[in-house]
Design a protein around this ligand. Structure first.
Ligand SMILES: Nc1ncnc2c1ncn2[C@@H]1O[C@H](COP(=O)(O)OP(=O)(O)O)[C@@H](O)[C@H]1O
Ligand SMILES: [Mg+2]
Length: 249
């Protein structure tokens, strides 16, 4: 266990895939993130847990270029990306599954996936669609169905599938378990672990701290915009402070 002052960045020769230093984000007078330092190493699942309003979504939205920080740096594969447009950040290999899924409910499942691929080479569409259907067999069965008829869990799978169409190196997920029944949460997290093992780095944000800490290699606890704790997921799961604040322990 380490405090935010003694950052637990794994000592290694290669720099982290994603390196965030001194990140400050404000919405007018509201300071949403303060001096956030965070690393995501290639191959990891990193979880960011914290209560409602802690700044979790803001952090992901800032990485994706949807929100511009007031200060600090974000370096992805050794390139500073602050100021880059969201589509450019996607093209570099960062895909974001937003909170609330944001799928097009009037379109079919296939059309939702096709839209995600519209800026990419058409030659890879079939292959990318096949990849998504392999991870999510439920999606394959429902390609012609209107996305609005999917269950909440299936809509979350579609949202993840859409992000995967861009062949991300780093997949950002905002509250993938929100509003889902426990068995579906388990299914989605199992698939996310499989996707991770197959080579995609994952950074996920969750209020559902238990599930997130169980699957995460490392995790950060965000409190009112600041990193309060960080360490291996398992260690945080056993930490009395985390149990008291986030696990109802
Ligand atoms: N678009 C916005 N305009 C103003 N304040 C915002 C906006 N989005 C988030 N906030 C505020 O920033 C803080 C962090 O919010 P958010 O990142 O959504 O937290 P979380 O995802 O952890 O619930 C909260 O105080 C929230 O009210
Ligand atoms: Mg949020």
């Amino acid at each position: 266990m380490t405090s935010r002052r003694f950052h637990d960045r794994v000592e290694r020769d290669v720099p982290a895939m994603l390196e965030i230093r001194g990140l400050d984000v404000s919405y007018g007078a509201i300071r949403a993130l303060r001096e956030v330092d965070l690393d995501v190493n290639a191959g990891e699942i990193v979880a960011i847990v914290g209560s409602n309003g802690a700044g979790k979504s803001t952090l992901l939205r800032t990485i994706s270029g949807l929100v511009r920080p007031r200060a600090g740096k974000i370096v992805f594969e050794s390139r500073p990306i602050v100021g880059f447009k969201p589509h450019r950040i996607v093209a570099m290999g960062i895909s974001h599954v937003p909170e609330g899924r944001r799928i097009f409910t009037d379109l079919t499942v296939w059309e939702n996936l096709a839209l995600a691929a519209q800026f990419r080479k058409p030659s890879t569409f079939d292959q990318d669609l096949e990849t998504v259907c392999r991870w999510f067999p439920r999606i394959r069965e429902r390609l012609k169905q209107s996305a609005g008829t999917l269950s909440g869990g299936e809509q979350q799978m579609l949202a993840i599938g859409r992000a995967i169409m861009a062949r991300p190196k780093l997949l950002l997920l905002d509250e993938p378990s929100l509003g889902l029944a426990p068995n579906l949460v388990k299914e989605i997290f199992r698939i996310l672990q499989d996707i991770n093992r197959a080579g995609t780095t994952v950074c996920l944000v969750e209020q559902n701290a238990h599930m997130a800490l169980e699957v995460a290699h490392r995790a950060y606890v965000l409190e009112t915009g600041q990193v309060a704790l960080s360490g291996p997921g398992r260690e945080l799961l056993d930490d009395p402070r985390v149990q008291a604040a986030y696990l109802g322990g």
